[in-house]
Design a protein around this ligand. Sequence first.
Ligand SMILES: Nc1ncnc2c1ncn2[C@@H]1O[C@H](COP(=O)(O)OP(=O)(O)OP(=O)(O)O)[C@@H](O)[C@H]1O
Ligand SMILES: [Mg+2]
Length: 319
Amino acid sequence: MTSDTALPPQAAIQTHGLTRMYGTLAALSNLDLTVNKGDLFGFIGSNGAGKTTTLRILATFLTPTAGRALILGHDVVREADAVRHVIGYMPDFFGVYKDMEVTEYLDFFGACYKIPTARREQTVKDVLELVGLSEKKGALIGALSRGMQQRIGLARVLIHDPQVLLLDEPASGLDPRARIEMMAILQELQRMGKTIIISSHILSELQTLCNRVAIIEKGQLIYSGPVQGVRDQVATGKVMWVRVSSDQRQAIELLQARPEVSAVEPVDGEIKITLANDDVDHSVVADVLVRGGARLVELREDEIGLEEVFLRVTRGDTQ
Ligand SMILES: Nc1ncnc2c1ncn2[C@@H]1O[C@H](COP(=O)(O)OP(=O)(O)OP(=O)(O)O)[C@@H](O)[C@H]1O
Ligand SMILES: [Mg+2]
């Protein structure tokens, strides 16, 4: 069963004009998204942005109001069964059966996916090893820590060896160490050739993990591409800081006279300079000062932190 829509061979997930209304609220508005095979793809947005809505549609649990979505060529509405076989979906909240033993629990899900009994034991062993919980195989789920329960949740979605993983905030509520462990597991899964989409509201958490990210806000896509590209998008009006040992007022006047500079102000003994746009070579600042006779002691570029970048993108003030 394949879809009649031609899908670029490298695309694992593709949405076209995906829209979901709740009454008059557009939880998702005309989303066009492509996730390539082998991507570890970060899906980022603040609370209520539409991440869960998107992932639930991709997981066939929610029907779109308009538009469509394809996973490995299968339409999530018309070919929902085929989609369910190729995806592993880890919801943002999932109940675990606290009175079950780890092995029993995973075996139960293996049976749901009709994995033959003879093969199930090995499969359960394999997924437990993958999430680093082999030594807990006989433990009651209720007796595991939160981080371990999250890992069991991940093991559960791996049981039928899906090609595409849809993970809704799998690291939420975990302590820093458990987060790092979760990220390491995801990297291992990527190395195994899986395509992974992971949602989060923390851009910096995904910057080293993911090769591509998308940012959504109020149901609309505002960026999709490499992490570095997000920074570039808001880097207009780069800020520089200089310190001079000569007259500060004279240095400020020199800078104010230049068209490449849009703002200059003294701050705590330093001069803060906002450049007119991102294309301005920052060596112009040193040039102007030295030629004008100022004595330059220090010059540095203001690195915009990723969280600041995210706030600017989601506030819409990216110029
Ligand atoms: N069943 C529902 N009925 C009405 N509105 C809903 C429903 N589910 C979601 N919404 C609305 O859709 C919007 C998107 O919600 P969604 O859960 O997709 O956001 P999210 O990005 O996952 O947020 P969070 O970071 O809080 O998990 C929100 O405004 C939410 O209130
Ligand atoms: Mg959510």
